[in-house]
Design a protein around this ligand. Structure first.
Ligand code: HSE
Length: 400
């Protein structure tokens, strides 16, 4: 019997209990032993809940119980999750977490402690919810140099942009609708400003390069300034707008960014809609691979957490090597990144041509008093210079 403690009985914590109950027998077979929840740590009580008698309020009970072999961190946020997880690892307890904020900030240190202790710190659910991506990067794609990871890593913003595209609605109206349906948080800032996707691409880039990529170094732009008119232009060009989190290996180093992009139909992420997530990976020998599925939600995320528990059970007292050292990886200056740009300006076509010689103009029925155009490929710094010369830019969206 493997006894576990769950920290936090919210959406993910209760999902873990549900998954362990639903697939009890097959999970025991795969893990080679039965998994039993001994404690659930939460500030609240849960009268009437079948797990009521497992709920405790004092973390010391878990940290000091030698029977607990696995701690499941499902609290979210950096503190007190970091303190609890570090203490569990130092006490020789394996940990799995769904907490991207914790992994992005302290992943390297927690991985190192687990290695010293010959135990495991696993975090499959921290990126892409139920989609396997951490384990494939760490175990399956190890023959490759990963040259690109580009993902739709946030379900809330993908739902909002999909609804704006299919129904022609404005951002604010879709956000209100998403909140009323429980798809978006009451405070949606982390999702709509791209901070959530930023932490996830920081984790993926750290795994790919084997060093610490600080999420603070990643240029991040959200979707709050995307309008129904932008979507009309995208449609006129046969494109869609998606919030991409992307990381590329260039000759100068790794270049990472989170921003809304216009995607043509040929792009592998073009058809990823609603709350779904997908991650495109390009390896130098593999070529292209895509991982697609439920990137958020109670049971998909809990499925990934329980899969970590099974992996831990299969590797008791044996560390699964994760190559992610605390040495900081400096990212390439964003100004060097290249793409095409879609631009809307109050200036006329002649004025545009005087600055952007290779501009391709785009017309949308019903949108008047402005000029929409696509630039040729150029660096971010070259674009910034030209945009300043043109003046009066209403919108600019990168194009891939
Ligand atoms: N708020 C996140 C999303 C949840 O919308 O994708 C999963 O990290």
């Amino acid at each position: 019997m493997i006894k576990i403690a769950i920290l936090g009985y919210g959406t993910i914590g209760s999902g873990v209990v549900e998954v362990l109950n639903t697939n009890k027998e097959s999970i025991a077979k795969r893990a080679g032993d039965e998994i039993e929840v001994k404690y659930i740590l939460d500030l609240r009580d849960f009268p009437g809940d079948p797990m009521e008698d497992k709920v405790i309020h004092d973390y010391d009970v878990i940290a000091q119980d030698p029977e607990i072999q696995v701690v499941v961190e499902a609290m979210g946020g950096v503190e007190p999750a970091y303190t609890f997880v570090k203490r569990a690892l130092l006490a020789g307890k394996n940990v799995t977490t769904s907490n991207k904020a914790l992994v992005a900030k302290h992943g390297a240190e927690l991985i190192a402690i687990a290695r010293e202790q010959s135990i495991n710190f696993l975090f499959e659910a921290s990126v892409g919810g139920g989609i396997p991506i951490i384990r494939p990067l760490n175990s399956s794609l190890t023959a490759d140099e990963i040259e690109e990871i580009t993902g739709i890593l946030n379900g809330t913003t993908n739902y909002i942009l999909s609804k704006m595209t299919f129904e022609g609605l404005e951002f604010g109206d879709v956000l209100k609708d998403a909140q009323s349906r429980g798809y978006a948080e009451a405070d949606p800032t982390a999702d709509v400003e791209g901070y959530d996707a930023c932490r996830k691409i920081a984790i993926l880039t750290s795994l790919v390069c084997g060093q610490q990529v600080d999420f603070e170094d990643i240029y991040t732009e959200g979707i709050t300034k995307i309008t129904a008119d932008d979507i009309k232009y995208a449609k006129a060009m046969g494109m869609v707008i998606k919030l991409l989190a992307t990381s590329r290996k260039t000759e100068e180093g790794y270049c990472a960014m989170v921003a809304p992009f216009m995607l043509s139909q040929q792009h592998p992420l073009y058809s990823v809609n609603d709350v779904f997530n997908a991650i495109f990976v390009h390896g130098n020998v593999l070529g292209d691979a895509m991982f697609y599925g439920s990137g958020a939600g109670k049971l998909p995320t809990a499925s990934a957490v329980v899969a970590d528990i099974v992996d831990i059970a299969k590797h008791l007292h044996k560390n699964i090597l994760i190559s992610w050292s605390s040495g900081k990886m400096d990212l390439v200056d964003k100004g060097k990144a290249k793409s095409r740009f879609f631009v809307r300006t109050a200036k006329g076509q002649e004025e545009v041509k005087a600055v952007f010689r290779d501009a391709e103009f785009v017309e949308v029925p019903g949108v008047r008093g402005e000029t929409g155009f696509l630039t040729g490929e150029m660096s971010e710094e070259a674009f910034t210079e030209k945009a300043a010369a043109l003046e009066d830019i209403r919108q600019r969206i990168r194009v891939v």
